[in-house]
Design a protein around this ligand. Structure first.
Ligand code: ZN
Length: 420
């Protein structure tokens, strides 16, 4: 039996992997093939990467283009948080489809199915399988095929804390890997991302979260060794979805546009600026399209902006002008260390009212160096243990790699299989 096991350590940047901070991953690097030029997608945020991981396609094609985003509904630009458990169900009602391209869950369903355990936002977990082809386990609700809700002990009710991560890992090993044994099993841990957002990178609390996530990954690696002893031909993938930068300054993008006379007021839907942390998408209502050039010029002149990506350039970063998306910005970054010696700082775009900002702690979402430096290690047929590949790779390549191992066609994907 061929199978694939994926373990994701959300938000872990690859320069933090070493013998001291993450001894199990450092050891795993010696038996797996590592990818030294692995990048994230844009925005480098978990909901977007989850949809790209699941589909092998750019955000332009799967249409989940930001951790928060806007949809044109009845002629109005409406802001949405894609972390909400119902977002993709709502998008299907409004636009006729959840994600616009097939997921791994759908493609693997006729071959034995996918089981995902996730401890990140509900919207990111459900982006793997919004139409109910496989099993998705999350604290906000666990679902069997047909989106049949699992109840009681069948559901996964773990918290977003270390005890929850340990319990989720244990159940994933005992129930999914050793007992149910699907062809595709994914464990998407919430750490170290969750701690990095509320503690400085490199601080003692962060290092403790790294060690714990590393230990959880090690237990999965050991379980896969047992499967291999039984003769199962398993591809084992360990990776992260994005890295983190240290937030050096918080910018209220919307307020800046109002103050510059480029947006009428916060209340109006002429210009909507949903953030994905260190990046923002700028939606302009079609009736106000004449403003786009002035907004682009204003943003390009700000000291809190690294890059403005406009119009036809959106395709170069994997985005498309769906629902009035006119511009994207990646906020200002530098290479300076934080007080714990961890390099890379960025400005953060202030999120919607009621959501936390992360000054002096970790954030991501843009194109800066360290948020675009997740890790990827593959162990199994087609990969050479202990080697490092230098060619650029991204989350788009993971789904075709999984399908190649399972000998399932991967037509229509933007990524490529990495075997060989
Ligand atoms: Zn993430």
């Amino acid at each position: 039996m061929r199978r694939v096991v994926v373990v994701v350590l959300d938000g872990l940047r690859r320069d933090l992997i070493d013998e001291v901070r993450t001894p199990s991953l450092a050891q795993f690097a010696r038996r797996s093939q590592s990818f030294a030029a692995h990048s994230s997608v844009f925005p480098s945020a978990t909901r977007v990467v989850s949809a790209s991981f699941a589909t092998g396609c750019t955000p332009a094609r799967h249409e989940l283009q930001g951790n928060t985003l806007a949809l044109l509904e009845d002629g109005r630009l409406v802001y949405h948080d894609a972390g909400h458990p119902e977002f993709l169900q709502h998008k299907r009602r409004v636009t006729g489809r959840s994600l616009a391209v097939p997921t791994l869950a759908e493609r693997v369903a006729p071959h034995g199915g996918m089981i995902l355990f996730s401890n990140v936002s509900p919207g990111a977990a459900y982006a793997h399988d919004p139409d109910g082809h496989g099993h998705v386990y999350h604290r906000a609700g666990s679902f069997a095929p047909g989106r049949r809700r699992l109840e009681g002990a069948q559901a996964l009710s773990v918290g977003q804390h270390s005890a929850g991560e340990i319990a989720m890992t244990s159940r994933f090993i005992d129930e999914v890997l050793l007992e149910r044994r699907p062809p595709l099993a994914i464990l998407w841990m919430g750490e170290p991302d969750a701690t990095q957002h509320i503690r400085p990178l490199g601080s003692p609390d962060h290092l403790a979260a790294l060690r714990q996530a590393d230990a959880n990954a090690a237990r999965v690696f050991e379980a896969v060794d047992r499967l291999r002893d039984r003769g199962e031909e398993t591809l084992l993938i360990a990776c992260s979805d994005h890295g983190h930068q240290t937030v050096s300054r918080v910018i209220d993008v919307e307020a800046e546009l109002v103050a510059a006379g480029l947006k009428d007021s916060r209340a109006l839907g002429d210009v909507v600026t949903p953030t994905s942390g260190t990046s923002s998408l700028i939606y302009v209502h079609p009736d106000c399209a004449a403003k786009v050039d002035a907004i682009a010029a204003f943003l390009g002149s700000r000291d809190w902006v690294d890059r403005v990506i406009a119009g036809t350039q959106l395709a170069s970063i994997g985005l498309a002008p769906h629902h009035g998306l006119a511009l994207a910005i990646s906020l200002k970054s530098d290479e300076e260390p934080n007080p714990f010696g961890v390099r890379g700082r960025s400005c953060e775009a202030r999120p919607a009212p009621g959501k936390a900002t992360h000054l002096n702690c970790g954030q991501h979402g843009g194109l800066a160096r360290y948020e675009q430096a997740p890790f990827l290690m593959l162990d199994g047929p087609g990969f050479i243990g202990g080697t490092v590949a230098g060619a650029p790779t991204s989350p788009l390549d993971i789904a075709p790699t999984i399908l190649a191992h399972l000998r399932i066609p991967a037509e229509g994907m933007d990524g490529r299989a990495l075997q060989g």
